[in-house]
Design a protein around this ligand. Structure first.
Ligand code: ASP
Length: 311
C-alpha cells in the first residue's frame, strides 16, 4: 500500500507582528512559501523521493530574497554573508552539512553533495568553499546576496550593541527571522529534512548556529520523524532540539504531535525561542513554535496548500 505523502516548510520564526506587516508584503511572503510548497509537492506527487522534495523546496526558499538563506542572508558583524545548511536522509540515516559558506548560490545543494560525495557530515569555511569549487556548484558575487533590509538590520544591531552591552540586539528575534527549512514524507514512507540559513545578524567570531548541526537544527530518521528548526540557534544546540523530538517518539513511544509539544515545552524551559516543522512516516505533520510567529506551510496528501504566519 502506498504511504500518505506530507511536506512542510518554514521561513523562520520570531517577532512577526500583524501591525508591522503591510498587505503587499504579506502577499509576497505567502507567495514565496506557496511556490516552495508547490515545487516540493510536485516531486512527491510524481513518486519522487522525500530527499529531492526537501532539497527543491529549500532551493526555492534560498532564491527568495525575503528569507534569511541564500539570497537575502543576514550580515555578519563584518558585513559578510556566511551561510549554514544541512540535509538529512531518514532512510539511509545519512547527512551532509556546510557552515561558514560564502558566495555559494544554494548552500543546500552543497550540503547534499557533502552527504553523497564525501565520507564526512560537515564541512566548514575555506574547506567547504574549496569543495564547492571542486563540485562546480553555482557561485554568485557579493552583490547577489546583498539586500537593503538585511544591511539596515546589521547597522541597527551594531548600533544597539554599542549602547547596550547585553545581547539584546543579537537576541532581538526580528533580526533572526528567516531561516528556511523543509521536511517531507514520500509515498514509500521515507523521510528527509533540510535547513538553510544566513545565521543571525551581527554574528561574530566564526559563530555557527544550530542549522548545520545534525540533531540540533536538522534531523531525519524513518523510524521516528524529520525535523527542521528555526529560532535562536544556541538554545537549539543546548536542547539538541531536532533529535529531542525523535528521542521522545522512540523512547517514550509518543506520537509526533505529543513529542513535538513536549519538545517545545522543553525549549521554553531552557529559554529558547523559535519553533520547528515535523513529519512522521505516516504523513502526520506538526508545526509548533513558542515565538510570536513563524512563517510556515504544509501540503495535505491531496495537494491542498496551507500557509500561516501568525499564532
Ligand atoms: N537558527 C538560526 C541560527 O541560529 C537562525 C534562525 O532560525 O533564524 O543560525
Amino acid at each position: 500500500m502506498m504511504n500518505k505523502t506530507a511536506l512542510a516548510i518554514h521561513g523562520g520564526a520570531g517577532t512577526i507582528l500583524r501591525s508591522e506587516m503591510t498587505a503587499a508584503l504579506e502577499k509576497e511572503y505567502r507567495g514565496g512559501l506557496e511556490n516552495a510548497l508547490q515545487k516540493g509537492f510536485e516531486i512527491l506527487r510524481k513518486n519522487g523521493s522525500a530527499l529531492d522534495a526537501v532539497e527543491a523546496a529549500v532551493i526555492e526558499l534560498e532564491n527568495f530574497p525575503l528569507f534569511n538563506a541564500g539570497r537575502g542572508s543576514v550580515f555578519t558583524h563584518e558585513g559578510k554573508n556566511e551561510m549554514d545548511a544541512a540535509i538529512m536522509d531518514g532512510k539511509k540515516l545519512k547527512a551532509g552539512a556546510v557552515a561558514f559558506l560564502q558566495n555559494v548560490k544554494n548552500p543546500v545543494k552543497l550540503a547534499r553533495l557533502v552527504m553523497e560525495r564525501t565520507e564526512h557530515c560537515l564541512l566548514a569555511g575555506e574547506g567547504a568553499n574549496e569543495f564547492a569549487h571542486e563540485m562546480r556548484v553555482e557561485f554568485e558575487p557579493d552583490e547577489y546576496f546583498f539586500t537593503e533590509h538585511r544591511y539596515r538590520q546589521l547597522l541597527t544591531a551594531i548600533e544597539e550593541n554599542r549602547i547596550q552591552l547585553d545581547h539584546s540586539a543579537i537576541r532581538n528575534p526580528k533580526s533572526a527571522i528567516g531561516t528556511v527549512g523543509a521536511v517531507a514524507c514520500d509515498f514509500q514512507g521515507n523521510l528527509a529534512a533540510a535547513t538553510s540559513t544566513g545565521g543571525m545578524t551581527n554574528k561574530k567570531f566564526g559563530r555557527i548556529g544550530d542549522t548545520p548541526i545534525i540533531g540540533a537544527g536538522t534531523y531525519a530518521e524513518n523510524a521516528t520523524c524529520a525535523i527542521s528548526c528555526t529560532g535562536h540557534g544556541e538554545y537549539f544546540m543546548l536542547g539538541v532540539t531536532a533529535f529531542d523530538v525523535a528521542a521522545r517518539m522512540k523512547y517514550k513511544n509518543l506520537s509526533l504531535e505529543d513529542a513535538s509539544r513536549e519538545t517545545i515545552e522543553r525549549l521554553t524551559e531552557i529559554n529558547g525561542e523559535g519553533g520547528f516543522i515535523a513529519v512522521d512516516a505516516s504523513g502526520n505533520v506538526a508545526l509548533p513554535f513558542n515565538s510570536e510567529g513563524m512563517y510556515r506551510g504544509f501540503v495535505t496528501a491531496d495537494g491542498e496548500i496551507v500557509v500561516e504566519i501568525y499564532r
